[in-house]
Design a protein around this ligand. Structure first.
Ligand code: MN3
Length: 384
């Protein structure tokens, strides 16, 4: 029996790498749904190669182009709710949520309500609405297997354990500005921020890695996914990105998961779980790796790490507001409207103006997201 896979965000970095691992195992996986925002050409190519029954191009301007290029037998949807509708209609066993940003929340919730397994690559889902999403997954017996390399590592370390977790050690490469001072990077260019030393990722995640907000979002994601309070999650800078994260148990034992940095491994694991299947990639050669190094995180020069611990500790709707502000700030930075140093100012401004809700329901989450975006845009307008 082949596993039927839906890929939300198939033209992005995670989506294309997922299709790469799926193409290596045609007897195990079948693609039933591909969705993209606006990359029409890539979506058409992918659809002709993998022949999914359903295809979504969210941006309606590309509907006719994609329609004309699709193989016969693929049904195309477009428009605002198209992704959610397609998820509801598809017979996927696993939904890989690889789209970027808060917009991943709604289709993920719909997939969970239909009891589908989630291969979670959209970290904003758990950041914005962690308690709601985890509760729903429990209720609908939907399993959530993380795709993010750090969370996959922790998930793998926890296999076969029923023991007590003392803390999670979330590793971070440090990003392109590791070791730099805050004022040295305040006016860093978009190009410099996108130049990640170890991982090849989309622009949003790359900028988040440069500010270290990526680790902040991952901290919050991990705390919900593994039900561990933020105080028991330690960030460890590990520039080689060989250890992808670790778990420390109450007897003092630390388990780590290692491999060369290659996202195809955690993607494949999330799709094949609980099995492991072969992946033909270069193996770790410890002799040539030489040494692994570790450093404490630099909260002074990467202030968003502090902001993320604060939002995580407060909980409620704060992580949602922080995430929304970050999305706007990163977008503005990528379009050259603000400086690199300006990113944290926007986020701190939005967070300090957010009305705290301790146990938000989903409507309050959507409201918080909307208000935070408006607040960020208003700040930008007045400031620049
Ligand atoms: Mn990661």
């Amino acid at each position: 029996m082949k596993k039927k896979i839906a890929i939300l965000g198939s033209t992005g970095s995670i989506g294309t790498q997922a299709l790469d691992v799926i193409s290596r195992h045609p007897s195990l996986f079948e693609v039933v749904l591909l969705t993209a925002n606006s990359k029409a050409d890539t979506l058409i190519q992918q659809s002709n190669r993998f022949r999914p029954g359903n295809v979504v191009i969210a941006d309606q301007r590309f509907y006719e182009i994609v329609k004309a290029g699709l193989p016969s037998g693929s049904v195309l949807l477009s428009g605002e709710n198209a992704v959610t509708t397609a998820v509801n209609e598809s017979d996927a066993d696993i939904v890989l949520t690889a789209m970027v940003g808060f917009s991943g929340l709604e289709p993920t919730i719909e997939a969970i309500k239909r009891g589908k397994s989630i291969a979670l690559a959209n970290k904003e889902t758990l950041v914005a609405a962690g308690p709601i999403v985890m509760e729903l997954a429990k209720k609908h017996k939907s399993s959530i297997v993380p795709v993010d390399s750090e969370h996959s590592a922790i998930f793998q370390c926890l296999q076969g354990e029923c023991g007590e977790v003392e803390k999670l050690l979330l590793t971070a490469s440090g990003g392109p500005f590791f070791g730099k001072k805050r004022d040295e990077i305040a006016s860093a260019s978009v190009e410099e921020a996108l130049n990640h030393p170890k991982w090849n990722m989309g622009p949003k995640v790359s900028v988040d890695s440069a500010t270290m907000m990526n680790k902040g979002l991952e901290l919050i994601e991990a705390s919900h996914l593994f039900d561990v309070e933020p105080e028991r999650i330690e960030i460890v800078i590990h520039p080689q990105s060989i250890i992808h994260s670790m778990v420390q148990f109450t007897d003092g034992s630390v388990k780590a998961q290692m491999s060369n940095p290659d996202m195809r491994l955690p993607i494949l694991y999330a799709l094949s779980y609980p099995d492991r299947v072969p992946l033909d990639t270069p193996r770790l050669d410890f002799g040539s790796v030489g040494s692994l190094s570790f450093h404490k995180p630099d909260f002074e020069n990467f202030p968003l790490l502090k902001t993320a611990y604060y939002a995580a500790g407060q909980g409620g709707n704060y992580p949602c507001a922080m995430n929304a502000a970050n999305e706007i700030a990163v977008k503005s930075f990528l379009s050259h409207s603000i400086s690199f140093g300006g990113i944290s100012n926007i986020i701190d401004h939005v967070l300090s103006g957010t009305k705290f809700v301790a146990k938000p329901d989903i409507e309050e989450i959507y409201h918080t997201d909307k208000m935070a975006r408006e607040s960020a845009l208003k700040y930008l307008k007045n400031k620049f």
